[in-house]
Design a protein around this ligand. Sequence first.
Ligand code: TEU
Ligand code: CA
Length: 595
Amino acid sequence: ATPNPWWTNAVVYQIYPRSFQDTNGDGFGDLKGITSRLDYLADLGVDVLWLSPVYKSPQDDNGYDISDYRDIDPLFGTLDDMDELLAEAHKRGLKIVMDLVVNHTSDEHAWFQASKDKDDPHADWYWWRPARPGFEPGTPGAEPNQWGSYFGGSAWEYCPERGEYYLHQFSKKQPDLNWENPAVRRAVYDMMNWWLDRGIDGFRMDVITLISKRTDAAGRLPGEAGSELEDLPVGEEGYSSPNPFCADGPRQDEFLAEMRREVFEGRDGFMTVGEAPGITPERNEHITNPANKELDMLFLFDHMGEGEGRSKWELVPFRTPWLRGVLANQQAAVRNAGWASLFFCNHDQPRIVSRWGDDTSEEARVRSAKAFGLLLHMHRGTPYIYQGEELGMTNAHFTSLDQYRDLESINAFRQRVEEAKIQSAESMMASLELISRDNARTPMQWDASKYAGFTAPDAPAEPWIGVNPNHVGINAAAEFDDPDSVYAFYKRLIALRHDDPVVAAGDWTLIDADDPNVYAFTRSLESAPGVAGGTLLVAVNLSGRTVDLSAEAYALVENGVTEHDIVISTYGASHAVVSLANRELDPWEGIVVRL
Ligand code: TEU
Ligand code: CA
């Protein structure tokens, strides 16, 4: 078999630059701040740093609205700062992957400004459509179809200069690029090559599975006047979803294969990971199967609750069997080809220890953070750690709307509470407290000082978003030398990914598929010259109460295990040996046993 690519036993660390480290006292993280923390990241043991966008941007969606792909926004620094970060990271053996946002640009990008003129060469670089016949442009009902934006309101904005509407699946300052236009694709590939030639090591590709839209033979979108495609009925917020027509569209594979050819052919040492809302595990196998030369990895969202509940704001309680079923499907799909990305946290998701763990006591927080970390990192795939996850950082627990900054959250409150009146204010505040993206965006907690070391205590400006008051106890300085900290646990998980071939490459096999409480599986790898194979049993109790160890897992350990056989566990080896002998798992107890 061909040797596995380097990223199959790498660990990726996601940095949200705006909230990572501020060095000039303006309350926003910056590139020099990241450079100043490279030793911490090298010591943690991660291999790749993925930076959320730092390009020139009006910051309407915190940089996911790009106005110049080939320059750094002054908020974060300069291209020289970027070159310095690349050099300093590479010196430490760290790779840098940047965030590629090309489903849309900012409305302040020169391409969009030019596109407002129907006679300009850029006229067809975006999705422009006339008002519905019989409707006054710019008036309600004149939108080309009933699509709603992910960030509230219609997915269409009227542009008086052009006299037409433009599509924006996200904010109105994020117009969708028209990937049907080869000139658009050419410009994107040229920009990607420019960055790779500058020395970056790959891209995370923002909503890259939304770039191909379904249209009828005449290029009309569903619901458009004269279209052969029927739009969906409107939902509770008064709009229909663009997702079924934009996710994994008809030219998805063609565009990804073309990108691979035009940008990555002939290069090595890079990695690509696509953010893939609306992609099934089976399609993940096709897109990440190296034989198809598309992408190396994808982020799937079915395990993050995509499609659960009528909307993301409708809270669905956590159930171990549900998560186990979804992750088992993801693993099964790429058993023989293709690869999996392993994540629970990122800048769009709440912190897992608060969402599905228990952050209401110090003990429960530490144990449940370790339990989810162990569960994730023992699966087969490439693990992604989001800044602060290695510390067991929690949700913000904001109590008032003015503490929030994310336009998705603020617009959703307005639309669901004030306009469509679907949720009460307190119900929406509870939804935001559990699942708002801002929960992941509070400043990184480096130490117990006033602003958690994110910015200086005497900084002239407050941090752009509130520092979590619990930073006094939850911070890197407090955990760095504590062998029982979440930090120490993550460091061990990362080392296992590097040092144990069974963890990096072993087959994943679910056991006890019907147990109501315990999530258990094995990892097994044939020994080969120079490869110490073997079998590991992983059994995790993702609840706050003691449960019976599941039957198949117990059968594998009933002859007794010693502390030496315990690879890693959330209470420690001696506790694990006793729990297994007693055929039970304590609250948030996760155990990995070498069989
Ligand atoms: O996220 C796309 C996306 O699907 C998220 O908006 C997600 O659906 C939602 O926020 C959580 O329910 C990417 C980026 O990660 C996100 O930060 C951007 O806001 C978005 O694209 C637009 O660029
Ligand atoms: Ca700064």
